[in-house]
Ligand binder design. Structure first.
Ligand code: SER
Length: 338
């Protein structure tokens, strides 16, 4: 008997942890996950089926298709921006070919069970590329259609996959006699840097914020790899997960775009350091600027205009800069390392 399920790829990553927790709490769908590594115990016990394998493995996806009626996909699997610069071919394989194979999977699923498949895709501020700091300062809150000239492999991958998703949603096989598009209901958010109290990122370039906080909580020294004046948008992980769930539940006719900016606060690295030192007196945080990683962060916007997300699907982060630290990050992280 085939039953409706949500499929989560890259489920063992940071977003997956928060998402599985929330979905399992609601209990209204069976949860199937794919990740190349085993899920850790805290989340493994909350899913109905854990598949350990690659999203590039066609046979594996076909087996899943035969077994389940999937009508919601959170495609989280990706190599982040710093990591992708060291292995661009692997990044392209996972980030682009992996996404393409999931989109094709979603199309076939929808054709087989006759309902659209909602495909939720976390894109990124890395999709933007501002040419220099002066432009970045002048640009302020960047809206979705500006400055789309990413300088990183990851950013190129994310931007292209937004276009691929839009293609499946609106123009797929547009010359065929019968209409094929619209079966994949593709919806993307361009996330800012995400900061989780429970997990640490691996291989990103916005990692200085979460690394600084977690290092201080563990009583470890930290060398921040960007300048004190560095500014990009961030968001508490819980709001990030909320955004994915809210977008997934939004009525389709309300959505005027396929990719939406979302943001919550945009402190400078100095402001993050100040708050961390106040919360963890004695924290040793130095500036150890990595010129090349700095260059990547400098090409990302200082802030994003997320008014389209607020208007179309009611995006409203609960945590501003003050609350994110005082009510979510600091207490949860303290407890975690206690
Ligand atoms: N956090 C990501 C990274 O730094 C950006 O989406 O790669």
């Amino acid at each position: 008997m085939r039953k409706p399920v949500v499929l989560i790829t890259g489920a063992g990553g940071e977003i997956g942890h928060g998402l599985i927790d929330r979905l399992a709490g609601r209990g209204d769908r069976a949860i199937v996950t794919i990740d190349i590594s085993r899920l850790d115990e805290t989340i493994a016990k909350k899913v109905d089926r854990e598949v350990t394998g690659s999203i590039l493995d066609r046979a594996l996806l076909e087996r899943l298709m035969a077994e389940y009626e999937i009508d919601l996909i959170f495609h989280l699997a990706a190599l982040l921006s710093t990591r992708s610069e060291f292995t661009p071919m692997a990044a392209h394989q996972v980030n682009v070919e992996g996404t393409m194979s999931l989109l094709e999977f979603a199309q076939h699923e929808a054709e087989s069970h006759g309902r659209p498949v909602v495909f939720i895709y976390p894109s990124s501020i890395a999709a933007y590329g501002l040419p220099d700091l002066e432009t970045k300062q002048r640009a302020g809150r960047v809206s979705e259609d500006q400055y789309l000239h990413p300088t990183t492999m990851y950013g190129c991958n994310k931007l292209y996959c937004e276009l691929l998703g839009t293609y499946y949603a609106r123009h797929y096989k547009q010359l065929a006699a019968e209409a094929h598009s619209g079966r994949v209901d593709f919806r993307a958010v361009r996330f800012p840097g995400l900061i989780s109290a429970l997990t640490l990122p691996a291989g990103g370039t916005s990692d200085y914020a979460p690394e600084m906080i977690h290092a201080a909580a563990r009583g470890e020294r930290y060398g921040c790899f960007v300048r004190p004046d560095t500014q990009i948008p961030f968001m508490a992980m819980t709001d990030g997960v909320d955004a994915l769930l809210t977008l997934a539940a939004a009525p389709r006719e309300r959505l005027q775009r396929t990719a939406y900016n979302v943001g919550a606060f945009n402190p400078t690295a100095q402001e993050i350091r100040d708050v961390v030192v106040e919360a963890f007196p004695g924290a040793e945080i130095a500036w150890a600027v990595d010129r090349k990683r700095q260059g990547i962060v400098d090409s990302w916007p200082a802030d994003v205009d997320d008014s389209a997300a607020r208007r179309d699907w009611g995006f409203a982060p609960r945590y501003d800069w003050q609350r994110a630290f005082s009510e979510y990050l600091i207490p949860t992280i303290r407890q975690r390392y206690a």
